[in-house]
Structure formats: C-alpha cells, structure tokens
Write a protein that binds this ligand. Structure first.
Ligand code: AHR
Length: 518
C-alpha cells in the first residue's frame, strides 16, 4: 500500500458534486498553483470513469495530490531525487530539479502514478523490436529538454527522441480483454516524426507484438505505415497493434485532420466494438471528434484482447524510432463520456500551458555564429573543423581566413527537430556538425534519418552558467564537449575517457559569439 500522500481520493463523487466540480473548473481560471483544487482525475471520478493511471511531470492530476510526480537521476554521481508538487493539487516543483541538477545533467528515471495503484513508468525493457541484441533497455529522457510554464510556473515535460521509451508491464487496474477504457495525453504538437510509434496507453505485457487487438493507445505522428488522415500529418491515431488507425478502415480517414497545436490534447477511448479519437488545442477551446464508431474492418480487433501494460514513447513491441513530447496523461476504467472529457479539457486549458525557455543565448536560424570554449585552459579556442575532423582551435583577428571560416557555423533548424538546431559549416555548405561513435565530425548531409538525428542538437543554458550547452538529440544524456582538444558528445561520467567528470560542466559550455566569418 503506498503512503497516504500517494493514495487517490477514495470518496466517490455524486452527480451533483460532479456538476459542481465541472462548474468550478470552468469558472475559476487557475492563476496560481493553489487556485485549482479540482483536477482531471477528480473529473473522471465524478463521471464514473476513474483514473487507473495518472502520469504527469508538470502538475498534480488530483486536487488533493501531494506526492511525487517524477524522479530524476543526476549523471555526475547517479544520485536520484523525487520531484513533487508546490502544494496539494499544484504544479511541479521545478526549482527542486534545477538545484539538484545544477552543474550536471539529469534524466527522468520514473514517472510516478498518482492514482495510488503504482502504475509508474520506468525505462522500457527490450522487446520484440529492439531486443537485447539491439542494445537492451531504451534510453531515458533528458530532464530539461522540454521546458514549459503552467500559469507562469516552470515545469518540464518528457522529451522523447528516437530510442527513448518508458513502460510498465505489471500494472494494476488497467483494462484487459475488451474492457472499456479511456485516455488522454497532452503532447507537443510540433514534435513528432514518422517512426514507429510515439504511443501512450495500453500495450502488451511481454513487450512483444501479440497480434491484432492486443493494444489500445494514443498515437501521435506522421507515420503513413498503416493509417493516415487529411493533409500531411501529424495525426492523432489509435495504435491497436499491427495498425495505427485513423478510423474504421485500416487506411485513410479524411475526418482525422492534421493537428499541430503547440500543446495538443489527444484522446483515444474504446469499448466493445466501439472506439473514438478526439483532440483539441490544450491552450484554448474545446475538443473535436475525429472518429467515433466501430472497430477496424480487419480480423482480430473485435473483441479486443488488451493486455494492460502501459507504454510511453514506443510501440507495443518496443519499436522505438519515434519522437514526441509528453506532459501529462491518464488512463481510465470505463468509457468516459464526451461531457467528462469536455470538463477535463476545460481544466487543461485553465492550467495555462505555455512554451518555456531552456535559457542561454538565442540561436536564431539563418544566423552565423562561432562557439567559444569556456574551460579556463581554452577560452581563446573555438569549435572548428579541419576537413572532416572537429576540434577546438585558437582563432585570433590575425588568423587566416581559413581558420576563421573553419570556426564559423550557420545555425539551421535541427534536421531531425526544428525546435533544436543543426550547425552547417560556413565554408563547406551542405556539411554539418554530426556525431558518429560519440565523436564529432563535419560530414555532408546524406539525407538519412540517422544523419538528421546525429546532426541535431538542442540548446540549453550553459551547464557552468556561461553561454549555451548543446544536447545531442538522439543521445540526450550527451552534450557537445571538447576533450583533449577534440570534439565529442559526452556524458557527465561514463566509460569513455571523454566522459570524464572533471571539467565536464566547463567543457560542455560554449559562449555564442559573433562569427569569425560573417
Ligand atoms: O501497430 C503498430 C505497431 O506495430 C505496434 O506499436 C508495434 O507493436 C508493431 O510493430
């Protein structure tokens, strides 16, 4: 039995109190962490479809929740810290994370379950896809790559780059078989790809593809491998195994639109031979229904054979080439009514999600910059290339034109994610800074997804308090570092010499200067 602080409210709410809760949510704009005492899981309970899993790194999902939201692990010494709320039913205590992770980097190790059922999410184990031979457990999300504010309160989401995944194969109370359930998730509608499969919801308990109908999750992305909707995507679809479904057919549904809200409410719910997709802008307005009807026109989906595991950021068989950002989500027992979901959407809007800042200098796309080292040894050195090799080099006003151009980089939208950045060589157009076997190189863009991932870096405030740090998009515990003069992506501690903890905060912090070659 979890401690009292982690237990969900036990009192069942009456229809009358439900109405009051909804009315309170609609009329009371949440302008401080204490202003909202009714949260999404209170609304689901009032509607008779209680939460059986409640995950969020940004806020409490019950009005009386005072427990931990998530756990981070510090790379410098592997110490862990639970991150809780500012008060009952309140926002995440992001300042606790900031101070615990200062001068190093942190990954999210656990997203706790607020229902008291211990349906927490942890690092996903090997599965049918990406099994042990492919490297074992999925990666953990960098804890600072998805900064947001909720009514002005700083918080962090779960930034899933390819290879990242969370799972729980031993759950309590999640729907199995053809039992009814609902779920919502708040996602970043601008962070997605076409890999399989950025999912949140119900999956197989053995991390294997156990056949049609053995999962039921929200999917978000622009995969056309199975179903699709109107436009070019991304779309909210339902992963029901061996198919991302936009509607009744295992193919196209014109009624499932492309949705790119910065903050997106995505909903999937299912009951015997009936399911629905709904979505809306998490910052304003209500929900729309994109599909509401029978199970897919293909064998195996009626009745469903749900197994009751929970996944985040991966497919049922641990397919992990997808990308996205998750802020909060729940799963319910029972098929929620549209009215309950409308009340939840009003609560979400009132939570006031807005873009946060990772800090550091702006790296405006199209600009050209130079990146100066901040380690005491090396403050006259800049990140430079010499042919394909990437290292730091001393550059002065008296230096050659080649030395200056080698140290100048044109800032491009990240090849794998526009919110991050890629660095194109000033004097070798078409060639970008990329990592390979954790070392940095200048290579021509070959158009592959691997190159795009390897050449994308997400900027944050410099770890040592100076300038900026650049986090590898696909190895999010690794930062652009100089070590013995050579360029690497390095973690703060690890098996490689260039992962040395000594000087790591300085070696990964770069002052963004005017370019040596404009
Ligand atoms: O249904 C789409 C995907 O197919 C599932 O997520 C995965 O288990 C399988 O590869």
């Amino acid at each position: 039995m979890p401690p009292a602080a982690l237990r969900r409210p036990t009192a069942l709410l009456t229809a009358a109190s439900a109405a009051m809760l909804v009315a309170g949510t609609l009329s009371g704009a949440a302008t401080s962490q204490a202003a909202t005492t009714t949260q999404p899981c209170d609304l689901y309970a009032a509607g008779g479809t209680p939460c059986v899993a409640a995950h969020s790194t940004t806020r409490a999902l019950y009005g009386n929740y005072t427990g931990a939201l998530y756990q981070v692990r510090r790379l410098s010494d592997n110490a862990t810290r639970d991150i809780g709320v500012l008060g009952a039913g309140g926002y995440a205590n992001a300042a606790a994370q900031d101070s615990f992770c200062a001068g190093t980097s942190c990954v999210i190790t656990i997203v706790y379950d607020q229902t008291g059922r211990n349906n927490r999410l942890t690092q996903a184990p090997p599965g049918g896809f990406n099994g042990p031979a492919a490297g074992g457990y999925d990666k953990l999300a960098n804890a600072t790559m998805a900064p947001v504010t909720l009514n002005g309160n700083r918080a962090y989401g779960v930034f899933v780059s390819p290879g990242t995944g969370y799972r729980n194969n031993s759950t309590n109370g999640i729907a199995t078989g053809d039992q009814p359930e609902g779920m919502y998730a708040i996602l970043d509608g601008t962070h997605y790809n076409d890999g399989c499969c950025f999912d949140y919801g119900n999956a197989e308990t053995n991390s294997r593809d156990n056949g049609n109908g053995t999962m039921e999750t929200i999917y978000f992305g622009n995969s056309r491998g199975w179903g699709s909707g109107a436009g070019n995507g991304p779309w909210v679809m339902a992963d029901q195994e061996n198919g991302l479904f936009s509607g009744v057919n295992p193919g196209y549904n014109a009624g499932d639109p492309t949705v790119t809200h910065r903050f997106l409410t995505a909903i999937v719910k299912g009951e015997p031979n009936h399911w629905a997709i709904r979505a809306g802008n998490a910052q304003s307005g209500g929900l729309s229904t994109y599909y509401n009807g029978a199970r897919p026109n293909a064998a195996g989906y009626n009745p469903m054979k749900k197994e009751g595991a929970i996944i985040l950021g991966i497919g049922g068989d641990n397919s992990n080439s997808s990308a996205g950002t998750f802020y909060e989500g729940v799963m319910t027992s029972g098929y929620p009514s549209d009215a309950t979901e409308s009340a939840v959407q009003a609560n979400i809007v009132a939570a006031g999600y807005a873009q946060g800042s990772g800090g550091g200098a702006a790296l405006n796309t199209g600009s050209t910059v130079s990146l100066r080292a901040t380690t005491a040894c090396c403050t006259d050195r800049y990140l430079s290339h010499s042919g394909a090799a990437v290292a730091t080099a001393v550059v002065t006003a008296a230096g050659s034109a080649a030395e200056k151009a080698n140290a100048s980089w044109t800032v491009r939208p990240g090849l794998a994610n526009g919110a991050c950045r890629s660095f194109e060589s000033k004097n070798t157009p078409g060639s970008y800074l990329r990592h390979q076997n954790f070392q940095l190189y200048l290579h021509p863009d070959d158009g592959s997804a691997l190159f795009a991932n390897d050449a994308t870096f997400c900027s944050q405030a410099g770890v040592n308090g100076q300038g900026n740090s650049l986090v590898s998009y696909n190895f999010a515990d690794r930062y652009v570092r100089h070590y013995a003069g050579t360029g690497y992506i390095a973690s703060d501690g690890g098996s490689n010499s260039f992962d040395a903890t000594a000087l790591w905060p300085d070696d990964v912090s770069w002052v963004v200067t005017a370019p040596w070659t404009p």
